[in-house]
Design a protein around this ligand. Structure first.
Ligand SMILES: C[S@@+](CC[C@H](N)C(=O)[O-])C[C@H]1O[C@@H](n2cnc3c(N)ncnc32)[C@H](O)[C@@H]1O
Length: 459
């Protein structure tokens, strides 16, 4: 046996799980050597089989649980194990919230080297099911008909799915109907290997407050057999449809959307409300997937910004201007920056829709536009960032450090990159005051958090 690796492939060993990985697997240690085991929960004693023993860590399969965690529950979804979209259905909701809080604390200490930061308990949902307002399902074929649902874990095999219990029921209805209608009109599923076929993905988005539905058919080419008949049948069969779009993605890629989107029927946007603010959302724009918790998240961001009405605010990574418009009601001026041009068109329209005249929006990369503003003499009193999972670009962080806004509010969907960026901002003169995780993605390991930073008085 290798000296540094205390286990070998195919060993059966007894372990106690100590933790969860960021993918939701149980972590057990043998002489300090970590083994990652799907379905294991902290505190559980179990027999596992080692299935891979790398140099620094290994993987195992759960064989038998001797002592179950009091937080273990039966996963209600019948396809939970094959799907992989959720990772935590076997953990009670309370257990999920605690695990997420621990994840945030751990990375802030380990990656951010931030001791003693105030991390509040995660703000969870009363009912953590059926919350997603957007479904994006890959399309395949089985016995001559279209199927659609999810890729079986670690494969390119599409498994058909009738319902997803974290989706709004409307989205399930839309996906089922579109699959059936397209099948009947001879639409073929995209065949990745041979680069043939028509339909790659079905996207359904549902406005929770307005009940409006957008459907996007992502196709390999501009052609879609019986397009008009398909559209007619969708409109007559599904209530609430306000927009049907076609997006063309001819590339061999696992990125869902291509660059070209056209409206096949109806409007180019649907509308929804968060609180009292109305939003127009187009096919390619980012819009938070859990509208109920989005309100909680934005209200916390607004509270941390602590505006008096006199401040100039920059909202970096602003999407369709959601946070910007929440802030604009309490600020002097808000400047939003976002890379997707359609999202900025939506943001401008959204400002107008809500009668907000003190918000301006610019298309571009935050790490280019904001340094340019700064070099032209424009600064902010409060700066909000809400970057994608990879976190903020270093050039943007450096500009924040140079610009010295009194407060920074960091909205993050990835605690790891949040911790990395907080360290840079701390070294540049900011103090991390408090962190509020908000559960935007129940049943999954994803964690969202809002962080308040203040400029230290000696900077
Ligand atoms: C997590 S979303 C947040 C959007 C918005 N704040 C919200 O809550 O709806 C991140 C946004 O950043 C945009 N984005 C990604 N990279 C960017 C960059 N380098 N500069 C500006 N925006 C970017 C994405 O298109 C997306 O809209």
């Amino acid at each position: 046996m290798n000296k540094t690796v205390p286990v070998q492939k195919n060993d059966y060993i007894d372990v106690v799980f100590e933790d969860l990985t960021h993918e939701g697997a149980g972590v057990a240690k043998v002489d300090g050597y970590p083994l990652f085991v799907p379905n294991g929960l902290p505190g559980e004693k179990a027999k596992i089989k080692v299935i891979k023993a790398n140099k620094g860590y290994g993987f195992g399969r759960l064989i038998e649980t001797y002592e179950e965690s009091p937080d273990r529950v039966e996963a209600p979804c019948p396809i939970y194990k094959e799907c992989g979209g959720c990772q935590l259905q076997h953990l009670s909701y309370d257990g999920q919230l605690k695990a997420k809080e621990k994840q945030v604390r751990d990375v802030l200490t380990r990656i951010g080297k931030l001791e003693n930061v105030k991390v509040h308990p995660v703000l969870g949902m009363k009912d953590p099911w059926r919350y997603r307002n957007k479904a994006q399902v890959p399309v395949g074929e089985h016995e001559g008909g279209l199927i659609g649902g999810f890729y079986q874990q670690r494969t390119h095999q599409i498994i058909d799915m009738k319902e997803c219990i974290i989706q709004q029921e409307k989205n399930d209805e839309v996906v089922q109907a579109v699959k059936e209608i397209c099948s009947r009109y001879g639409v073929r599923a995209y065949d990745e290997g041979r680069n043939k076929g028509d339909l790659r993905h079905i996207m359904a988005r549902y406005g929770l407050v307005t009940g409006e539905v957008m459907i996007v058919l992502v196709t390999r080419t501009k052609d879609l057999p019986n397009k008009n008949k398909i559209v007619e049948e969708i409109i007559s069969r599904i209530q609430g449809v306000k927009s049907i779009c076609q997006n063309v993605n001819s590339k061999k890629t696992n990125v869902i959307f291509g660059d070209e989107t056209k409206v096949l029927w109806g409007e180019e946007v649907i509308y929804d409300f968060i609180g009292d603010t109305k939003f127009a959302i187009s096919a390619r724009s980012f819009y938070q997937v859990n509208p109920e918790q989005t309100k909680v998240l934005y209200e916390k961001a607004l509270e941390y910004a602590d505006l008096s009405g006199e401040e100039n605010v920059i909202d970096a990574y602003c999407g369709i201007g959601t946070i910007s418009l929440f802030l604009a009601r309490k600020a002097k001026r808000v400047f939003g920056v976002e890379i997707v041009p359609e999202a900025i068109e939506d943001a401008k329209r959204n400002a107008e829709l809500n009668g907000i005249t003190n918000a301006e929006f610019a298309v571009g990369e935050a790490e280019i536009v904001i340094p340019k503003w700064y070099s032209e003499g424009n600064t902010a009193d409060v700066l909000v960032v809400d970057p994608p999972r990879k976190g903020c670009d270093e050039a943007l962080l450096q500009t924040i450090i140079d610009m010295k806004p009194k407060k920074v509010v960091y909205v993050s969907c990835n605690p790891g990159t949040l911790a990395r960026d907080l360290r840079i901002l701390e070294d540049g003169g900011y103090q991390t005051v408090e962190v509020q995780p908000v559960d935007m993605f129940p049943m999954t390991m994803h964690v969202e958090a809002v962080t308040k930073l203040e400029l230290k008085s000696n900077h």
